[in-house]
Structures are given as structure tokens and as C-alpha cells.
Design a protein around this ligand. Structure first.
Ligand SMILES: *[C@@H]1O[C@H](CO)[C@@H](O)[C@H](O)[C@H]1NC(C)=O
Ligand SMILES: *[C@@H]1O[C@H](CO)[C@@H](O)[C@H](O)[C@H]1NC(C)=O
Length: 258
């Protein structure tokens, strides 16, 4: 018995060395998260099942600042930004948009929609590209751009051409206490109908088409998913060690990537 466990340990050591030498263990990927908004934000992360929490699931990021976040090179999950947070008060939600149970560190909990979502699926095998996209399927709160570093235009998702909060029709608006539009629901979130949510009888790309609400989202933010079966899917496939995620990347109408 003693001998068996010893050889098992040796095998494990050997395997560990093999993976370390071939570069498949402990490799990390970096997200540089910038806040170019003229106000503070509270970025948040939620991992898909089986993936670790990164950056504690959420943190404070003052205007003009950048935070470096490392993730395993197999990470899958979503990143968004919360706005108008006050964690000192006991009232919930603590944030006007994107709140996760009133906590600063979301630790795996997904945020309250509507919020613009960056969705990421990193591939450990560097011969296969990673996937990322920006989704308005649950609605919008802020514009965001995503790009690989070094910059390549075909590895980049640009921000929006227009401010969706100022264009948001009243039936989709989320207002804060002073009556200002702080987020815009998707039609799926607002009306919960299969035709907008691409469910049941509408659960395929052939059946679920764009609509006047998704068209408005697409017009403002052409690089994002405006509804679940947006075609062609605005998904980017690129391999990089560093990704730059910029909230409020530019002035409205200024189509610059970062
Ligand atoms: C409501 O949102 C606007 C715009 O984001 C902000 O300037 C204002 O301070 C917010 N009001 C409250 C009560 O938080
Ligand atoms: C991006 O464009 C470059 C140059 O045109 C090309 O070599 C590369 O394969 C493209 N990458 C992707 C992911 O399309």
C-alpha cells in the first residue's frame, strides 16, 4: 500500500512537471479594466459554473483609473459595471444598476439586469481562439469596448455610437431617485414574452427575428448582441494574453475603439 501511494505521488509530480513545462498549468490571462466614465463605477465579475471567482467578484474603480485583473487562461464568465452604488446604506439594491445582492464583492452572484455584459470564454489551448462578445440581451447600462492587446481592429469590439439611455423609450426605462434614466431594459426583460426572449415557439434563429426594440439597440451599439439570435453573431474570436475592457470608451458618436 505504501509503495502504491508513493508511485501515485510520483506520477502526479511528473504530470505536474509535464504541464508546467508544456505551459498548460498556472498560465494566466490579464484583463485591464479602465473606467473612462466621468463618474465612479463598481466593476463586477461572475464566473460560469466550475470557474473561480476573479477580482473578488467586484471592486470600486474611480473615474480615470485602471485595474489589472488576472484570470486563469481557461476562465469563462461575465464582466459588467455597476453604477450609483452606496454600500454603506442598508437599503437594497445598493447600486442603481447591475447590483448583486447589495454586496461590493459579488463572489459568483450575477448582477441584477439591465446591465451591459461582457461575456468571455478563454481557451487554454493557444492554437484555438478565445471568444468574447458584448450583450444587450438583458439590457444596457453603460457603453463598453473590448480589445486584445496589442490592438488589432478585428480583435476589438467598439463602444456605442449613441447614448442608449437617452434614446430609451419609456416602457424600457429604469429611473433613479431623481428621475434620470440610468439603464434601458431589453424587450425580453421588460415584457417577458417568448417572441422577444427567443424561447419556446421562438427558440431558434429562424423563428426569433429582430424587432423594433432590438433594432434600436443595434442602431446605437452595432458591435453588440441586440437580441439572443443576432445575426451575424457579433462574437469575436481572438487569442491574447491581455484584454482591455473600457467602460465609457469615448464620447458619443466618436467611433474610436479605446
Ligand atoms: C441619477 O442619475 C444621474 C445620472 O446618472 C445622476 O447624475 C444623479 O446623481 C442620480 N440621482 C441619484 C439620486 O442618485
Ligand atoms: C485579423 O486580421 C489579421 C490581418 O488582416 C489576420 O492575419 C488575422 O488572422 C485576423 N484575425 C482574426 C481573428 O480574424
Amino acid at each position: 500500500m505504501k509503495q502504491l501511494s508513493l508511485s501515485a505521488t510520483s506520477l502526479l509530480t511528473l504530470l505536474t512537471w509535464h504541464f508546467m513545462l508544456s505551459g498548460h498549468a498556472g498560465q494566466a490571462c490579464t484583463f485591464l479594466i479602465h473606467n473612462k466614465c466621468p463618474f465612479p463605477i463598481w466593476p463586477a465579475t461572475a464566473s460560469n459554473a466550475g470557474h473561480p471567482v476573479i477580482a473578488d467578484g467586484g471592486f470600486y474603480l474611480p473615474s480615470g483609473q485602471t485595474r489589472r485583473v488576472t484570470a486563469p487562461d481557461t476562465w469563462n464568465g461575465r464582466i459588467w459595471a455597476r453604477t450609483g452604488c452606496n454600500f454603506a446604506s442598508s437599503s437594497k439594491p445598493a447600486c442603481q444598476t447591475g447590483d448583486c445582492e447589495g454586496r461590493l464583492a459579488c463572489s459568483g452572484s450575477i448582477g441584477l439586469p439591465p446591465a451591459t455584459l461582457v461575456e468571455v470564454s478563454l481557451q487554454p489551448d493557444k492554437s484555438k481562439p478565445s471568444f468574447y462578445d458584448v450583450s444587450l440581451v438583458d439590457g444596457y447600462n453603460l457603453p463598453v469596448s473590448v480589445s486584445a492587446k496589442p490592438f488589432a481592429s478585428n480583435c476589438s469590439i467598439t463602444g456605442c455610437l449613441k447614448n442608449l439611455n437617452s434614446l430609451c423609450p419609456s416602457e424600457l426605462q429604469v429611473l433613479n431617485a431623481s428621475g434620470q434614466v440610468v439603464a434601458c431594459k431589453s424587450a425580453c426583460l421588460a415584457f417577458d414574452l417568448d417572441v422577444f426572449c427567443c424561447r419556446n415557439a421562438y427558440g431558434s434563429p429562424e423563428k426569433c427575428k429582430s424587432n423594433m426594440y432590438s433594432d434600436m439597440f443595434k442602431d446605437a451599439c452595432p458591435s453588440y448582441f441586440s437580441y439572443a439570435f443576432d445575426t451575424p453573431p457579433p462574437l469575436v474570436r481572438c487569442t491574447s494574453q491581455v484584454y482591455v475592457i473600457t467602460f465609457c470608451p469615448s464620447r458619443w458618436g466618436d467611433h474610436m475603439p479605446i
